[in-house]
Design a protein around this ligand. Structure first.
Ligand code: CU
Length: 141
């Protein structure tokens, strides 16, 4: 995950494609961190429109130091989060990121994030497509 600086540098060097046709994110929601908090989460439905399996190789945001994909699991009755190093989206299928399940986790905002302020998300796929998204930070209330 500390490859963040290197991967973001590579994004600038690579020819960036806006929103490739192979993968789409529907209803992407990213929440502004609560006051005094440095961690927040995001949800979406990721759809693979192709006949081949595609995985997310890296996910970064200029607005946060680190972005990870997590899954909430129950261990001995207690909810814990584990990191998914490489999220795979099966051919012609969806992966839903939602509360209590898989989700994006954002750590350490690079500057204070207000509700409504745009948050950028850069996703690098295993088929070498680079996807860029920008959504306004949502309120948790
Ligand atoms: Cu998490």
């Amino acid at each position: 995950m500390r490859l963040f600086l290197l991967t973001s540098l590579l994004f600038f060097l690579a020819a960036c494609e806006k929103n490739g046709g192979s993968i789409s994110l529907n209803n992407l929601e990213i929440y502004a961190p609560l006051p005094g908090n440095t961690v927040t989460s995001g949800y979406t439905k990721i759809t693979n429109h192709t006949d081949v399996t595609i995985s997310i190789d890296s996910i970064t945001s200029p607005d946060f130091e680190t972005v990870e994909i997590h899954e909430t699991i129950i261990v001995n009755g207690i909810a814990r989060m584990i990191e998914i190093e490489q999220l795979t989206i099966p051919a012609n299928n969806d992966v839903v990121l939602k509360r209590g399940g898989k989700h994006f986790m954002f750590f350490d905002p690079t500057e204070n994030i207000n509700i409504g302020q745009n948050i950028k998300l850069d996703i690098k796929l295993s088929n070498n497509e680079n996807l860029k998204f920008e959504v306004p930070a949502k309120s948790r209330f």
